[in-house]
Design a binder for this molecule. Structure first.
Ligand SMILES: Cc1ncc(COP(=O)(O)O)c(C=O)c1O
Length: 339
């Protein structure tokens, strides 16, 4: 099966398994896992942040990010396509007791003027705006990247209004490779950033929240409260460290394959796509003339898995387990598609 459902489906490569096998371990709840300590130090340095907290998932990284900045009954400005808003089970309401204020966006990229306009008056009846959360790349936006300038403009607005800014950087690595932006530049335009090792980089498990020492002290406490203290998890840190060191460059190829696929989809009269929108490893396209479920079934019978992604839309994601031979099989299937 050529699995294009998500970049989370990747399994460790043999050298990654070797690195995991050799990892020294200790109790991370006591702060004694050498691999996790080194990973937190190295990744925070890459992003120019003071400290980091290793967490089991991107969802926990985001939720701790919301938690450290807010009090119950605060409001968080977010784009309507954001993972925090759509795919984290309303956790921000449950865990932080906050209200999300979703804004319309262009492929998941918010307009700074819209953010500014959404900041509430300070009085006794408006919710208190406290945090702006952005997502880069935007998953539901089809892997779209924020221009660094736009992030900086939004960050400046948060400074003017004494708000915090959290960046969901589950695929920040893809954004960095696609736009040539340095990781520390992304770190300079937010207070906290959550990054995932388990998406395109190919680690089996693991994400990290990065920010100031004070914010990370608070995040560690809530990580434990939520059951995210992982004890001897150094083998996961070893996989993450291996992924960052060896798999970033491969993202470039994933992006190229995604673009080639998008071009083939654009050439078919059965699908709709603005293929020039494809910037990274995610391709969203619309199906015409057949229900999405039948189209997915047709591809599945030819050994290709993709997932439905909203009305008449399919998502295909390129990652390190999809090579050129796989891509050619997928292109052949697209060129013969007919329902
Ligand atoms: C943009 C974004 N943020 C956060 C997450 C959550 O990551 P996890 O599945 O590790 O909780 C995902 C997952 O796909 C995502 O796409």
């Amino acid at each position: 099966m050529i699995d294009l459902r998500s970049d989370t489906v990747t399994r460790p490569t043999q050298p990654m398994w070797d690195a995991m096998y050799d990892a020294p371990v200790g109790d991370d709840v006591y702060g004694e896992d050498p691999g996790i300590n080194a990973l937190e130090a190295n990744i925070s340095k890459l992003f120019g942040k003071e400290a980091g907290v290793f967490v089991p998932s991107g969802t926990m990284g985001n939720q701790l990010g919301v938690k450290v900045h807010t009090e119950p009954a605060d409001e968080v400005i977010i784009d309507e396509k954001a993972h925090i808003y759509n795919s984290e089970g309303a956790a921000a309401g449950l865990i932080s007791g906050i209200q999300l204020r979703p804004l319309k966006s262009s492929r998941g990229v918010m307009d700074p003027d819209a953010v500014r306009a959404a900041i509430r008056e300070q009085n006794d009846w408006d919710p208190r705006t406290r945090l702006v959360a952005v997502e880069n790349t935007s998953n539901f936006g089809g892997g779209a990247c924020y221009p660094l300038e736009t992030l900086r403009d939004i960050f400046d607005i948060t400074r003017e209004h004494n708000l915090a800014m959290h960046l969901d950087g589950a695929r920040i690595w893809n954004a960095a490779v696609a736009t040539g932006t340095r990781l520390h530049e992304y770190g300079s335009v937010c207070d906290t950033i959550s990054v995932c090792f388990s998406k395109g980089l190919g680690a089996p498990v693991g994400s990290m929240l990065l920010g100031s020492k004070g914010e990370m002290k608070k995040a560690r406490r809530f990580r434990k409260l939520l059951g995210g203290g992982m004890r001897q998890a150094g083998m996961l840190a070893a996989a993450a460290a291996y992924a960052v060191e060896h798999h970033m460059e491969g993202l470039r190829q994933d992006h190229q394959r995604a673009k080639t696929f998008a071009q083939a989809i654009a050439d078919s009269s059965f699908f709709n796509i603005r293929h020039e929108d494809v910037e990274t490893n995610i391709v969203l396209f619309k199906v015409t003339g057949a229900p999405v479920s039948r189209t997915l079934q047709w591809f599945s019978e030819r050994g290709i898995a993709m997932i439905p992604f909203g009305e008449q839309t399919i998502r295909a994601t390129f990652h390190l387990e999809v090579n050129d031979e796989d891509l050619n099989s997928v292109l052949d299937a697209v060129s013969t598609y007919k329902l």
